[in-house]
Design a protein around this ligand. Structure first.
Ligand code: AMP
Ligand code: MG
Length: 282
């Protein structure tokens, strides 16, 4: 198995994103062809592990996806999870808060979107926007941001203690790659729906987002709820790392298929027609 440790942010470690590679081809040490072959195996493995999670109906998995515009949050969801059973997976997007959400604390809107027993919940953006967007646009002061880091760490710790596994991905691209992706989008009429004035308003804030992300990664990557910085210039690198980390994370739960409930087993033995076909059919 490939090691995904190099992408994990060690708790308390200083993060300078310019020192983190965005291409990832070297660290992974595999060619595109090899990665694609690996991804094929990962897809069936992820489907199997998700079924196990669903069958156990107990542990829960929260997957947080963050990254600047065009980093690939949507396509990661579409591609990495294409083989899993949609019945056990939910996706929540977090956009600008509604007046009702603003009237509550910032974690309020997150609770209903958390995974239930046996479920995987994917967050396309998350509570982290409340220390990113909100910070860059100076909607709250520095003190509040610092307080929120502590609240987030505490919130995620509670989730983990209560049986939710938390894994967080920062999809890492650089400014040049973002510009390239925006240009491609602009040239392709089938992608125009992805543009909004709000996206354009974010562009001049690239550097501020960068430092906001660095601080988030430094302050909120914990042993219980780690951040992974995923080189995202190449879709196949990104998908390999995200899938690989998810597989490792799910394997660490050591799940097995639940045994037949003894009461159900007894009932089946007493009613053999139930599994052999109804009486009428015999
Ligand atoms: P998208 O993911 O492209 O639909 O964009 C959603 C937009 O909502 C992004 O610009 C986010 O920064 C913004 N957003 C999400 N959560 C918040 C929040 N809590 N406060 C302010 N803006 C937010
Ligand atoms: Mg967008």
């Amino acid at each position: 198995m490939v090691s995904f440790r190099p992408y994990r942010v060690r708790p308390g470690r200083r993060v300078r994103l310019r020192e983190w590679d965005t291409s990832g081809t070297q660290v992974l040490g595999r060619t595109e062809g090899q990665c694609k072959e690996l991804l094929g195996r990962y897809e069936s493995e992820l489907a199997r592990l998700q079924e196990l999670l669903y069958a156990n109906h107990k542990p829960r998995l929260l997957v947080v996806l963050q990254g600047q515009d065009t980093a690939g949050k949507d396509s990661t969801i579409r591609r990495v999870f294409r083989t899993v059973n949609p019945q056990g997976v939910t996706v929540a997007r977090f956009g600008p808060p509604t007046p009702e959400e603003l009237a509550h604390d910032f974690l309020w809107r997150v609770y209903p979107k958390l995974p239930g027993a046996g479920e995987i919940a994917i967050f396309n953006r998350s509570h982290y926007e409340d220390v990113l967007n909100v910070r860059v646009h100076r909607l709250v002061g520095k003190k509040v941001i610092k307080q929120r880091y502590r609240e987030i760490v505490e919130f995620e710790r509670t989730l983990v203690q209560e049986g939710t596994t938390v894994v967080k991905f920062f999809l890492h691209i650089d400014a040049a790659e973002q510009a390239r992706r925006f240009r491609d989008r602009f040239r392709d009429p089938t992608k125009h729906w992805k543009f909004s004035l709000a996206d354009l308003a974010e562009l001049p804030h690239w550097d501020e987002y960068r430092s906001a992300y660095e601080e988030v990664l430094e302050r909120t990557s914990t042993r219980e709820a780690p951040w992974y910085v995923v080189p995202s210039d190449h879709l196949w690198v990104r998908d390999t790392i995200v899938s690989g980390v998810l597989i490792r994370t799910l394997k660490d739960l050591h799940l097995e298929y639940p045994r037949l409930d003894p009461a159900v087993a007894r009932a089946i033995r007493r009613a053999p027609w139930a599994i052999r076909g109804s009486r009428a059919n015999r």
